[in-house]
Design a protein. Structure first.
Lengths: 288, 340
């Protein structure tokens, strides 16, 4: 029972980390290597707003999310737009921005366990004899809610459909009057906000540290590769596979090997099904 | 290209001396010979004289060695990214493997540095290549991502399993016999590698490498196994990294987890972008600029990496050709207004 419950929690956290990355890549074919940095940044901004500006939790979280969205959009509009279509430069530029944010924060004094976000509600509850604290319950509920909202947004709003159109066929979308650059900015902003939302939901479980930026980036990428880049169903499925695999490894082998699972999953996927679990043939051609 | 009236444009034309020295007339007079040799000689002279001049300040003398180590790494990155088409964000992995290989060979087997450095280079490169084999079919983004994970994971695994000295690292590695040996060995390595690699990419094999980068389907269609060439490319690049790592170990008489650190991954990339990708000399130039700056910023800790990243982004956005390409253009071509 432990394995099932903590497996679900872990899987939803992974899905939360990955969903923003998949969205940006799916829409604009841009690997946003600053994803992890935006995650940490949102947590830090929320902390600053709460503890230095004295705002309440909900309010500071919303402002931090808005700021992260703006930073994401600015990052695309000022830097990444100039290197579109040059994969090497895209990777290096976004990775460099991420590093600048992360190492800048580290220099600015973000280290150790002093930076903590409080959980939404203290306490824990017992489910089928397993004690789960409320925050972890919130992870699952809010995670599911965010996925659901995103699904609704993409499938039933005009903007969402435009993004979906871009993801499916950029040229056809352009002939229908969808502005490719504006959509890409929007997608980057939404992706950043999703990274931030993941941070606000997940960070109360631990403290805000720079290393989690790299961790989140790696996990997001692992999930996306296993699921097939740009495929959202795939990403969610992959999050569950890796999530459960990790928990099982922790229970039977020890926590040290948890990171190895991600790499192993990537390698096995790439060897056996290069386009990912839900990738299409077209993607196969461009990956391998 | 801002023409005043709109009916003129700037055009670039090769200098006469460049055209002459490209062909058999290169040795027609001292002028052509000088034109060809001067830039190459300048690099050799600068690297050869630097340890002498800086011997007055021992701290900065050490910096020459560090520049050389980073230059080796940056050349490897440049070669892999711009000639084979594999962007490796995990340069720290090569350094780490080379460093640990040299340290282990030295402390456990008891071999002297003369043997450990070449052995660590080849052995380390072989280990890196084997470990990267499953990822070689990957392209661009995917390879970048996976290579980024390697150094992080390696450090994590050594820490978790507590092998090779765990978090303390391996102490008591032999140093170079004196500082001059260390410096000139490294300078020699860098110079040999620069010229060897520049020669290599002009040979037939270099053509295949570029083919793999630009259009791997066409290379496949010619009946060439691209994975073999990618593996060879990774071997060459990781050999450069491992050589750097092995020298680093003997310089500091220590191998540890910090040799998998981010510095070794990001500085070579920054140096390549600043110096000019695809030139193979550019990365060396980039290191000569960035590493001293990094030493000046040493007191600021991780701000260094942030500074690099910003410089890197600025160069990618505003001057993506890099210093070396720019300088080469000015050296070889002139600009003039042409009527349209």
């Amino acid at each position: 029972m432990d394995i099932i419950i903590y497996g679900i929690i872990n899987s939803v956290s992974l899905a939360l980390m990955a969903v923003g990355f998949t969205l940006v890549y799916g829409v604009s074919r841009l690997p946003n290597f600053a994803h992890g940095a935006l995650y940490v940044l949102t947590g830090y901004l929320t902390w600053i707003l709460m503890n230095r500006a004295g705002l309440n939790y909900v309010f500071s979280a919303i402002i931090a999310l808005g700021l992260t969205g703006l930073i994401g959009a600015a990052m695309y509009q000022l830097v990444l737009i100039r290197v579109r279509g040059m994969p090497i430069s895209e990777i290096i530029a976004s990775y460099a921005i991420g590093l600048a944010i992360l190492e800048g924060l580290r220099w600015g004094g973000l280290k150790g366990g002093t930076f903590r976000l409080p959980p939404f509600i203290e306490g824990s509850v017992s489910i089928f004899g397993v004690s789960v604290d409320f925050q972890r319950l919130f992870v699952v509920i809010l995670g599911a809610a965010i996925m659901g909202a995103l699904w609704l947004f993409v499938n039933s709003t005009k903007l969402g459909l435009a993004l979906k159109g871009m993801a499916q066929d950029e040229r056809a979308a352009m002939t229908l009057g969808i502005d490719s650059d504006r959509m890409a900015v929007t997608a980057t902003a939404i992706g950043s906000i999703l990274a931030g939302a993941a941070a606000i939901i997940l960070l109360p479980l631990g403290s805000i540290v720079v290393e989690s930026g790299y961790h989140v980036l790696i996990m997001a990428v692992a999930v996306c590769i296993v699921g097939g880049l740009g495929s959202w169903t795939g990403a969610v499925m992959a999050a569950f596979i890796i999530g459960f695999a990790q928990i099982i490894t922790v229970v039977y082998f020890g926590a040290h090997y948890q990171v190895v699972v991600a790499l192993l999953a990537i390698v096995v996927t790439l060897i056996s099904r290069p386009s990912g679990l839900f990738g299409r043939q077209k993607e196969l051609e461009e990956r391998v | 290209m801002s023409g005043s009236k709109g009916d003129r444009r700037k055009e670039r034309v090769d200098r006469g001396i460049k055209v002459r020295s490209d062909s058999v007339y290169a040795i027609s007079s001292w002028r052509e010979i000088t034109y060809l040799v001067a830039p190459r000689l300048a690099l050799i002279l600068v690297l050869a004289v630097a340890p002498f001049i800086l011997s007055a300040a021992p701290y900065w003398q050490r910096v020459v060695s560090i520049i050389c180590v980073y230059s080796l790494l940056a050349m490897g990155f440049d070669f892999l990214a711009n000639y084979v088409g594999l962007v490796s964000l995990g340069g720290g992995f090569y350094v780490g493997v080379g460093a640990y290989a040299a340290a282990l060979l030295n402390t456990y087997v008891g071999l002297p540095p003369v043997i450990t450095i070449p052995m660590a280079t080849l052995l380390g490169a072989a280990i890196c290549t084997v470990l990267f084999l499953p990822c070689l079919p990957l392209r661009g983004v995917y390879f970048a991502i996976v290579s980024l994970m390697y150094p992080l994971l390696a450090a994590r695994i050594i820490e978790a399993l507590d092998i090779f000295g765990g978090t303390d690292g391996i102490l008591g590695v032999d140093g170079f016999s004196n500082v001059w040996v260390e410096q000139y060995f490294l300078v020699l390595c860098v110079l040999v590698m620069v010229f060897a690699l520049r020669r290599l990419v002009e040979e037939d094999i270099g053509l295949v490498f570029r083919g793999v980068k630009d259009n791997d389907q066409a290379v496949k269609a010619s009946g060439i196994n691209i994975n073999e060439y990618k593996a060879l490319g990774v071997f060459i690049a990781s050999a450069l990294g491992c050589l750097g790592g092995a020298c680093l170990t003997h310089m500091y008489m220590w191998a540890g987890l910090s040799q998998f650190a981010l510095d070794f991954s990001i500085i070579p990339i920054a140096a390549t972008v600043v110096g000019g990708g695809g030139t193979l000399v550019g990365p060396v130039l980039g290191c000569m600029i960035l590493v001293p700056v990094s030493e000046l910023l040493r007191d600021f800790g991780s701000l260094r990496i942030a500074v690099y990243s910003i410089v890197l982004t600025a160069f990618i956005v505003f001057k993506s050709e890099g210093i070396m390409t720019y300088a080469a253009r000015k050296y070889e071509q002139f600009e003039r207004w042409a009527e349209i």
